[in-house]
Design a protein around this ligand. Structure first.
Ligand code: SAH
Length: 462
């Protein structure tokens, strides 16, 4: 399906800056379910259009789903309208292709971020099975869009079959770039009520965040929320969930920032691994192990005879298994490692009896009022001799290019702490649960703001 965004703001070629896509280049953004081709059919100072052509691979959609056998392997998995209509996949493509603009940033022309510009959008095609044309209007018109719809007939050769549920939608508005993208991001999957990805708490949070400033005033607020959050227990659910997870939090960054972040994370993991080794531990827990980068490092160290990775997210654990080549792992290695799903806010007997635990960039993913539960689970019940905790140092955010003071480093972060806040928390809980804590910084230190990341190493007793 095709999304075309046109502006007549002068010079219209500024659209290239706004969307961080150069008008002279044809670009491809790869998605786990296909490719987004981005190009400008027209780029003149008077009028510039950008197209996002989403080329969905129906095979890739099905591939992600495990255990198809036994659940009805019908052709419907392959033959459906998914490749042709703008749905949650279009949202994912928008998020990945225009991440910077979606976050309200524009490094080339920051002065344009807050300016409402004349935009025209054409989406070919949208499926609106329930509510049809009226629904499209009800969703977009309250936000100031002028809506034109072209309904397609089912088959030109059989006009007696009548109209289909598919529309070419044209929208016109004077609006800020970010708002335009956010509206499309949220409302396209709302229109498409057919197959939808599984909605978890983080999706709800995401909708709340993206809907801030407009959704709460929208007359169709309830309908939008309900449909967006719809959980159709379809077979594609897991696949779509996983696809979405993959794309989630993708932030368009310069290669330089990416490299910096990459090295920061590997520095962090190395340091955590070092601290775990120094502790003399042999049985270790990686709590909130994510895709298993630390697990991979720990496996290389003979000192660790039993390694556990736990995460709340099934899809992260699946990724960890892939990263570790789980299915092809030598039996001796496999005997050293266990992976399981679990929540750190509930007491879990499986966490008993370990020498050390790592919580790498995990605490900030919990709501602050759930931290006390995590503290009890880890420091009171599991009670390993050593606990290593890392979390971003919020003060450092201003040093990152393009990061405003109030922004967080990841979409899913519930809070980020200054060094003093982290130390207060760590010292408080050490006193409560009879631990001693030492602090270390991770990454290159800035004189004023400290290092990008911080670490506390807790040891039990004296
Ligand atoms: N430690 C990994 C991943 C950090 S991202 C690394 O450094 O690469 C945070 C991870 O914590 C995510 O994988 C998320 O699924 C997990 N997580 C968030 N809340 C959790 C909870 N309550 N219980 C267990 N894991 C949780």
């Amino acid at each position: 399906m095709l999304l075309q965004i046109t502006t007549t703001y002068q010079p219209a070629t500024d659209l290239g800056y706004l969307l961080h896509k150069h008008p002279d280049k044809i670009q491809e953004v790869s998605l786990s379910h296909g490719i987004a081709h981005i190009f400008y059919p027209e780029a003149t100072p008077e009028k510039t259009s950008i197209c996002l052509l989403l080329d969905i691979n129906p095979i890739a959609l099905v591939k992600g789903v495990r255990n198809l056998a036994g659940k009805g392997f019908s052709l419907g998995h392959y033959v459906n309208d998914r490749p042709y209509v703008a749905s949650s996949f279009m949202s994912v493509a928008i998020a990945k292709s225009f991440a910077t603009a979606l976050n309200g940033k524009c490094s080339g022309k920051p002065e344009l971020v807050d300016v409402a510009l004349p935009f025209e959008v054409k989406i070919t095609v949208v499926s609106a099975p329930k509510g049809g044309a009226l629904l499209v209007r009800k969703l977009f018109e309250p936000l100031g869009y002028e809506v034109t719809l072209e309904q397609h007939i089912l088959d030109e050769k059989f006009s007696e079959w009548g109209e289909s549920n598919y529309f070419t939608v044209s929208l016109k508005n004077n609006i800020k770039t970010k708002d335009l993208l956010v509206h499309l991001y949220v409302l396209l999957p709302v229109l498409d009520n057919d197959k939808h990805y599984f909605i978890g708490q983080s999706e709800i949070d995401k909708l709340m965040k993206k809907g801030k400033g407009w959704l709460e005033h929208h007359p169709e607020k309830e309908q939008i929320t309900r449909r967006y959050l719809l959980n159709l227990k379809s077979l594609s659910r897991n696949a779509l969930e996983r696809l979405l997870d993959e794309e989630e939090g993708v932030v368009e960054e310069s290669a330089e920032v990416k490299i910096k972040k990459e090295t920061l994370h590997s520095k962090r993991l190395k340091l955590v691994c070092e601290k775990l080794k120094e502790s003399g531990a042999s049985r270790v827990l990686d709590l909130g192990c994510g895709e298993g980068k630390l697990l991979k490092m720990l496996l290389k160290e003979k000192q660790f005879t039993e390694i556990v990775g736990m995460d709340i997210s099934y899809s992260e654990l699946t990724k960890a298994k892939d990263k570790l080549y789980w299915d092809d792992m030598a039996p001796r290695q496999k005997a050293r490692i266990k992976l399981f799903q679990g929540a750190l806010t509930y007491r879990d007997k499986r966490l008993d009896g370990y020498d050390a635990a790592a919580l790498v960039e995990v605490i900030e993913h919990l709501d602050e009022n759930r931290l006390a539960a995590l503290e009890r689970v880890v420091f009171e019940f599991s009670k390993p001799s050593t606990v290593v905790v890392t979390t971003p140092n919020k003060e450092y955010n201003v040093v990152f290019e393009n990061m405003s003071e109030e922004a967080m480093r990841h979409d899913d972060h519930r809070f980020e702490w200054t060094r003093a806040e982290f130390q207060d928390w760590a010292e408080g809980l050490s006193e409560k649960y009879n631990y001693k804590v030492k602090f270390f910084s991770i990454g290159e230190e800035d004189e004023k703001y400290g290092a990008p990341s911080q670490m506390g190493v807790f040891t039990y007793g004296d």
